[in-house]
Design a binder for this molecule. Structure first.
Ligand code: SF4
Length: 377
């Protein structure tokens, strides 16, 4: 592992690795065919800093107001030792009244609150709860979990609480999007459940290392959200089995990073070479050339989850890649990789290969209709 770490540090340069959270993990699995993302994420490289330095930052995904509102809601739910959360859990899980033991794992009793140290505290608290003979419930606030991604361990710092009920842990995800008349935005719910699924897998991995059955972590996750248009929280139990299965499949498919590292040119680095004021001094052309030594698979969906989206979109456009037009068109034009090829087949300046005859006929027809429409306009 240390040799692998050395190689990843060389890629990143002398700066701390950027950590994962379940959101970036879900994003990592959203484009499993992209080697560039796999390498940069494995090395903990700050992709946003690279995009900014190259003058192609991704616009803010969430406003600062939305971020503040989310943090305030989480604080409200967790105030007074998670009193409000306990009230909700008693409702949705039909718990009896006895008090729960609340442990805040952000307070580790030492100056060294690194993810590694907090993970060890989390692991100890989980095992202590599992081995306890007391019937007390256990709330673990601010846990740190570890999940193996592409053969490399990453730390997840959830804003969730693991709650042990009769020997089974439940993952709780607190989100600030509203549930109105018991309906919520489907995309946001799906994203929240995917995040919770990552925590379920990480907690199961922790138990597996101790020889404990993964069934001790429930596939039912609990979403806590504001009710209607108020700030009053409500809790819902969601069956995350499909998301857990999908995430497991995607993680298993992720390419291991060693072969990707082996394929890179010697001495390649994505180091931004920060000066003493932490400003990047790396020559952008050199950095672009280093990025281009990695292979990508850009799709328009990258804009929703990857900080390098505008960098990769620029490259794909320059390259005339069909992928910039989206998966529907890529599928329709299966076997054609470049926009220029499609255009030449459409205007008849390129002779189609035998297996392109039908596609070329359809493109020529579309081109003729378009020409007619333009002429009659
Ligand atoms: S934006 Fe680029 S690096 Fe990110 S996933 Fe898409 S192709 Fe890969």
């Amino acid at each position: 592992m240390s040799q692998l770490n050395d190689r990843l540090v060389a890629l990143r340069g002398p700066v701390p690795a950027k950590g994962h959270d379940a959101r970036t993990l879900a994003a990592l699995t959203a484009n499993p065919g992209c080697n560039r993302r796999a390498l940069l994420d494995a090395a903990g490289i700050d992709k946003d800093a690279i995009a900014v330095h190259l003058g192609k930052p991704r616009p803010l995904v969430k406003s600062s107001l939305a971020l503040r509102s989310g943090a305030t809601f989480e604080q409200q739910v967790k105030a007074d030792g998670c009193a409000e959360l306990l009230r909700l859990l008693r409702d949705v899980l039909n718990l009896p009244l006895p008090e729960a033991a609340h442990t805040d794992l952000a307070v580790v009793g030492t100056q060294d609150a690194t993810p590694q140290v907090r993970y060890i505290h989390t692991r100890n608290a989980v095992l202590e709860a599992l081995r306890s003979t007391s019937p007390a419930r256990t709330l673990l606030d601010h846990p740190i979990l570890q999940l193996t991604v592409a053969g490399h361990p990453v730390y997840l710092e959830p804003d969730v609480v693991a709650f042990q009920i009769d020997g089974v842990f439940h993952i709780i995800e607190i989100k600030s999007f509203a549930v109105v008349d018991q309906q919520a935005n489907g995309t946001k719910v799906a994203a929240a459940v995917t995040q919770a699924a990552a925590y379920v897998l990480a907690l199961r991995e922790l138990l597996a290392k101790e020889g404990i059955d993964g069934d001790r972590v429930s596939h039912d996750v609990i979403l806590v959200t504001p009710r209607n248009f108020t700030r009053r929280p409500t809790a819902s139990v969601v069956d995350a089995r499909k998301k857990i299965a999908a995430l497991t499949r995607q993680l298993n498919r992720l390419t291991r990073v060693e072969p990707l590292l082996d394929a890179l040119p010697a001495r390649i680095t994505f180091d931004l070479i920060l000066d003493q004021d932490k400003r990047p001094t790396r020559d952008p052309k050199e950095l672009t050339a280093a990025l281009q030594a990695t292979t990508t698979r850009y799709t328009p969906a990258c804009r929703h989850f990857c900080d390098l989206a505008y960098v990769c979109r620029g490259e794909a456009r320059d390259d005339g890649s069909i992928d910039v037009l989206g998966s529907d068109i890529s599928d329709d034009l299966g076997g054609i990789d470049h926009i220029g090829t499609a255009l030449r087949l459409a205007d008849g300046t390129r002779t189609p290969a035998a297996d392109q005859a039908d596609l070329a006929a359809a493109l020529r027809h579309a081109h003729a209709v378009r020409t007619q429409l333009r002429e009659s306009a």
